[in-house]
Design a protein around this ligand. Structure first.
Ligand code: SF4
Length: 506
C-alpha cells in the first residue's frame, strides 16, 4: 500500500490587515486581572478592540493536558488550556468563522531554554486540536519597542509600547499597595474595593492618554510627563481613606519563583497569596517590573562580558545603562506619587553578586540567578521572615535554582525557605508544606516584636494613645521606614518611639 508522506509545516498565521482592525478583537492573557485591565486601556487608546482571556481556573489544567505535551510545565498547561477554553466558548457563540475572522490572539515570547521560547508551539497544538489552524496567533518579541505582525493590522509603535510599560508599572504599584494594606485594614473589604476603583481610574487615564510624538519625542514625553504621576496622585486619595492597624504582628513572606506562578493570582498557584494572608501573613508580591529590569540589565552584563570583542563598547554601554537608568527613574517617580509605599526595584547588580557563589548569571531561562539573589537579599536585609518559592511542576530552570538553594541553606541555615511545587491539582500538599515554615516565621515575628517593645519600653497602650492623638499615622499611605526588622509591626513601634523622641537605635 502506498503511504503518503506528510511533512511538518511550521504554523504561519494568515495576515491581519489594517482594514480588519476595527472589526477584530485582540485576545491576550497571562497576567493578573489588574494588569490586563490596564493593558486593555492602552490598546483601546491605539484603536484596538481587546479582551483579556477569562481568569485561570482549575479546569484549564485539565483542558490543557488534553491538547499539549503531557510533560509541559504547569504554567504552559494552564495557559494553553485557558486559550482552548476561550476559543471553544467563542466558537460556540459566534461560530467557526466568527472565531477565525473576528479574533486574534497575541502573546509574547523570547528566546530561552524553557517554555518561554516555545510558547507558540503549545498554543499551536491547541489550534490543531480544536481544528482551528486558520485562527491567527501572533508572537511578539518582548524586548522590541517597535514591531508589526504580517498584514500591518497589528503595529507595536512607541506610544503603544510605552502605554504597555505604564500598564505594567501601574498594575505592579497597585498590587504592592494592596498587599501592604489588606492584612492591616480596619474595615474588612475596603482594600479590595479601593483596588478595583484605582484600576478603573487608571484604565480611563491610559485609555484617554495624549499621544505625543512617535519616536524619540514619544520616549521623552513618556519619561518626563507628569500625566501618569498625576493619575497616581488622584488614586492615592482613595488609599488615604483606608485606616490600618499596624500593631497586628504578622510574618512577612516574600514570594519568589517562576515568573508566571509568582505573579499569578488564582487557581494556577492555588491562590497561595490570599491563602497566606488568611493564615495571618503579610505577603510581599513580586512585581513584573523586576523581570523587565532583569532583562535590560542582562543585556548590560552580557556586553560587559564581551568587552574585548565588541565594537563601540562604550557608546553601547552608555546606551543600555541609560535605558536601565530611565526605567528605574520612571518607576521611582510613580512610587513617590504613592508616598513610596510600593517597594523599590532591587538592584540587579546586587542580586547578581549575591547569587554569584551559587548560580552563574549567564544560566538564563526562567528567573535565572534571581531566585537565589532575591532569597539572600530578603534574608540579609531583613525584609522578610520567610521566602515562599513557587516552583512549577515540570520546569527545568526552576529545578536548577532549587538545587542551588540547597547550598545557600547550608550557608544560611536560619533562612526560612519554603519551595512549593505547583502541579495545579495538589493544593493540600502545597499548603501543608508552606504551613510548616510559616509556623516558624510567625514565631520569629512575635519574638522580634517583643524585642522591640522591650527595647523601646513602650506598651501597646502607649502606642494606642499616641495613635489617638496622631490619627494621620493610621493611614494606609503613611510610610513606615525600615529600621532593620522584618515585621511591619516592629518597624512601626520603633518609628513611634522615634516620633515620641525616645533615644532608640534603629
Ligand atoms: S521557567 Fe519553567 S515554568 Fe516557566 S515557562 Fe520556563 S519551563 Fe515553564
Amino acid at each position: 500500500m502506498e503511504t503518503k508522506e506528510i511533512h511538518y509545516r511550521a504554523y504561519k498565521p494568515r495576515p491581519f490587515t489594517k482594514e480588519e482592525k476595527s472589526e477584530t478583537t485582540i485576545l491576550f492573557g497571562g497576567l493578573t486581572w489588574k494588569h490586563e485591565r490596564l493593558i486593555q486601556g492602552s490598546l483601546e487608546r491605539m484603536g484596538y478592540k481587546s479582551q483579556p482571556l477569562p481568569q485561570i481556573e482549575r479546569v484549564d489544567l485539565d483542558i490543557g493536558k488534553e491538547f499539549i505535551d503531557v510533560g509541559a510545565c504547569c504554567p504552559t498547561t494552564f495557559t494553553a488550556g485557558n486559550l482552548a477554553r476561550t476559543l471553544m466558548s467563542i466558537r460556540e457563540r459566534e461560530g467557526e468563522d466568527g472565531v477565525k475572522n473576528r479574533y486574534i490572539f497575541v502573546t509574547i515570547g523570547a528566546c530561552g531554554p524553557c517554555r518561554f521560547g516555545q510558547y507558540h508551539e503549545s498554543y499551536e497544538r491547541v489550534l490543531e486540536g480544536l481544528n482551528l489552524r486558520d485562527f491567527r496567533l501572533f508572537l511578539l518579541d518582548l524586548l522590541r519597542m517597535e514591531q508589526s505582525a504580517p498584514g500591518g493590522g497589528l503595529e507595536i509603535s512607541m506610544p503603544l509600547t510605552f502605554g504597555l510599560v505604564y500598564s505594567m508599572f501601574f498594575g505592579d504599584l497597585i498590587t504592592d499597595m494592596e498587599y501592604a494594606t489588606r492584612p492591616y485594614e480596619v474595615v474588612e473589604g475596603q482594600t479590595d474595593r479601593v483596588v478595583r476603583e484605582s484600576i478603573e481610574i487608571l484604565y480611563e487615564k491610559l485609555k484617554n492618554r495624549p499621544i505625543k510624538g512617535k519616536k524619540i519625542d514619544s520616549l521623552l514625553w513618556h519619561v518626563f510627563t507628569g500625566y501618569f504621576v498625576d493619575a497616581l496622585k488622584e488614586v492615592r486619595k482613595l488609599w488615604d481613606e483606608i485606616e490600618v492597624d499596624r500593631l497586628r504582628v504578622k510574618p512577612r513572606v516574600k514570594i519568589t519563583g517562576e515568573f508566571w506562578l509568582q505573579t499569578h493570582e488564582g487557581d494556577g498557584n492555588y491562590n497561595i497569596k490570599r491563602w497566606l494572608e488568611k493564615e495571618g501573613a503579610e505577603v510581599i508580591p513580586p512585581p513584573i517590573a523586576v523581570w523587565m529590569d532583569y532583562l535590560i540589565n542582562m543585556e548590560l552584563f552580557k556586553l560587559e562580558d564581551a568587552k574585548g570583542f565588541v565594537k563601540n563598547y562604550y557608546p553601547k554601554k552608555l546606551a543600555i545603562s541609560s535605558i536601565a537608568y530611565l526605567y528605574r527613574f520612571v518607576y521611582n517617580r510613580l512610587r513617590k506619587a504613592l508616598n513610596n509605599i510600593p517597594n523599590p526595584l532591587p538592584d540587579q547588580r546586587e542580586l547578581k553578586d549575591l547569587a554569584k557563589p551559587y548560580f552563574h548569571y549567564r544560566l538564563t531561562g526562567g528567573e535565572g540567578h534571581m531566585l537565589i539573589g532575591k532569597a539572600i537579599h530578603a534574608y540579609k536585609k531583613r525584609y522578610a521572615h520567610m521566602v515562599c518559592e513557587l516552583s512549577p511542576y515540570g520546569c527545568l530552570p526552576n529545578t536548577m535554582s532549587i538545587g542551588a538553594m540547597a547550598k545557600v541553606l547550608g550557608d544560611y541555615p536560619d533562612l526560612l525557605y519554603a519551595p512549593i511545587e505547583i502541579k495545579g491539582d495538589a493544593e493540600v500538599h502545597a499548603y501543608s508544606r508552606c504551613q510548616m515554615v510559616l509556623t516558624s516565621a510567625k514565631k520569629r515575628a512575635k519574638e522580634e516584636f517583643e524585642e522591640v517593645l522591650e527595647k523601646t519600653k513602650l506598651s501597646i497602650e502607649d502606642i494606642r494613645e499616641f495613635e489617638e492623638k496622631n490619627p494621620y499615622i493610621k493611614r494606609a499611605t503613611y510610610k513606615i521606614p525600615h529600621y532593620g526588622y522584618a515585621a511591619t509591626a516592629s518597624n512601626y513601634v520603633l518609628h513611634i518611639a522615634k516620633l515620641m523622641g525616645k533615644p532608640v537605635r534603629g
